[in-house]
Ligand binder design. Structure first.
Ligand SMILES: NC(=O)c1ccc[n+]([C@@H]2O[C@H](COP(=O)([O-])OP(=O)(O)OC[C@H]3O[C@@H](n4cnc5c(N)ncnc54)[C@H](O)[C@@H]3O)[C@@H](O)[C@H]2O)c1
Length: 392
């Protein structure tokens, strides 16, 4: 099949490369000039295990091409996938400007192009109602019989994204049309036919299921983090407690690691977006609100503990931070708990030394000369008053 993917980031590029690896012919559209140029020379603009080798392979096999913009030729694709960012805005709401800019671009091009029909699907995480809104825009442009709107939320995890793409727990397709669902079955043929269930649901259910999953996992993390605070007070061991909880099949052992709080490009923004959706619908999501609140508090607890060890203040101390990405095997530092700690330490007058296996460049882009990078853990630790292990 032919696929066009808009956005060559963590989700778009991984999907493009993996669909091409499955035998499809994929165009990945990336409008950031720097990323586009890197991709053209077969370089992945970020770190993700296995991706570089696979990119090279599908590129040489001529099943992947990179484009700087959407063109009328993309209407020859069976499916156009929207994989642009939907970051958190100041109000907590998802910023949908990238997505609707891309949709406008597609509709404008469709008005002047002759083509049969194409499925247009979101893979980006989008608020409930986005698919309906795209449908309305398509309808207003009198393109309803040509552009068939769907939702196909993505669940891959950075750090194991290629593996996750090929081993999804489920594939979710939100569409009103059985024809569109059949097209997706073809698209994912080979992945779902053995053990991976493929679910046909409404646009709204597909969109909400993504937020529901991420927020539930975030809630599990916040729950165990709050219990960790209690364990410190009563002398219980949080790791043993979590292990014993996880042995209960109804609870499960995952996402019960006490930590300085969840971070990354998804959980913080998705929990806030769901909170915002609830507010808009006059539904009080008390559990979601509490999970967010607990997460915001967590890093302050770590900071206070650290200051106590430094006799009350970080002022004048050199602190080494080991790990700045939000989790292992990625260079993504978006909303990393490590950065929150660095900010608190800097504002308290500490000097920061750090290292990270993959994220030194991204961290330096953010902080410049406010922090000192080291490529070796031992060098980073030298002459410091405190070493904070911020890796998983
Ligand atoms: N990162 C994850 O682990 C993950 C997992 C599941 C779902 N998601 C969701 O997937 C979406 C994308 O996330 P991401 O982490 O890949 O974001 P990202 O920022 O890494 O990538 C988005 C890319 O889209 C490009 N872009 C934006 N507008 C464009 C346009 N009109 N034409 C071409 N390119 C355009 C940007 O330049 C950027 O490279 C988000 O909604 C996110 O919530 C992310």
């Amino acid at each position: 099949m032919k696929i066009s993917i808009i956005g060559g980031g963590y989700v778009g590029l991984v999907s493009a490369v993996c669909f091409a690896d499955m035998g499809h012919f994929v165009t990945c559209i990336e409008n950031d000039h720097k990323k586009y140029t890197l991709l053209q020379s077969k370089e992945v603009p970020f770190f993700e295990p296995e991706l570089s080798e696979k990119l090279s392979h599908v590129y040489d096999a001529k099943r992947l091409s990179i484009s700087p913009s959407f063109t009328p030729d993309d209407f020859n694709s069976d499916v156009i996938i929207l994989a642009v960012g939907t970051p958190m805005s100041d109000s907590g709401e998802a910023d949908m400007s990238y997505l609707f800019n891309a949709v406008s671009e597609i509709i404008a091009a469709a008005k002047t192009t002759d083509f049969d029909s194409v499925v247009l699907t979101t893979k980006s995480t989008v608020p409930v109602g986005t698919g309906r809104k795209i449908k309305e825009l398509v309808q207003e442009a009198q393109l309803s019989d040509k552009i068939l709107v769907a939702s196909n939320p993505e669940f891959l995890r950075e750090g194991s994204a290629v593996y996750d793409f090929f081993h999804p727990d489920r594939i979710i397709i939100g569409t009103d049309s059985t024809t569109v669902f059949e097209i997706f079955k073809q698209l994912y043929k080979g992945l779902h036919k053995d053990t991976r269930p493929i679910a046909h649901v409404s646009l709204e259910t597909a969109e909400l299921s993504k937020y529901a999953s991420n927020t539930f996992l975030a809630t599990k993390i916040s729950f165990i983090n709050e219990l960790a605070l209690l364990c410190d007070k009563v002398g219980a061991d949080i790791k043993e407690t979590a292990k014993l909880m996880g042995m209960d099949g109804r609870i499960g052992k995952y996402f019960l690691n006490p930590s300085p709080g969840y971070g990354g490009s998804c959980f913080p923004k998705d929990t806030h977006a769901l909170q915002y959706i609830g507010k808009n619908q006059d539904v009080n999501l008390n559990v979601v609100n509490a999970a967010i609140h607990a997460n915001n508090q967590q890093i302050h607890y770590c900071f206070t503990q650290l200051k106590t060890l430094l006799n009350g203040s970080a002022q004048g101390n050199t602190v080494t931070i080991l790990g700045t990405s939000f989790k292992p095997n990625t260079d993504d530092i978006r909303e990393s708990a490590s950065l929150k700690l660095i900010d608190l330490l800097l504002s308290d007058g500490a000097k920061i030394q750090f290292t990270d296996p993959k994220a030194i460049d991204n961290t330096m882009d953010l902080y410049g000369n406010k922090v000192t990078p080291f490529s070796s853990t031992y060098d980073a630790a030298e002459n410091s008053d405190a070493i904070v292990l911020m890796t998983e």
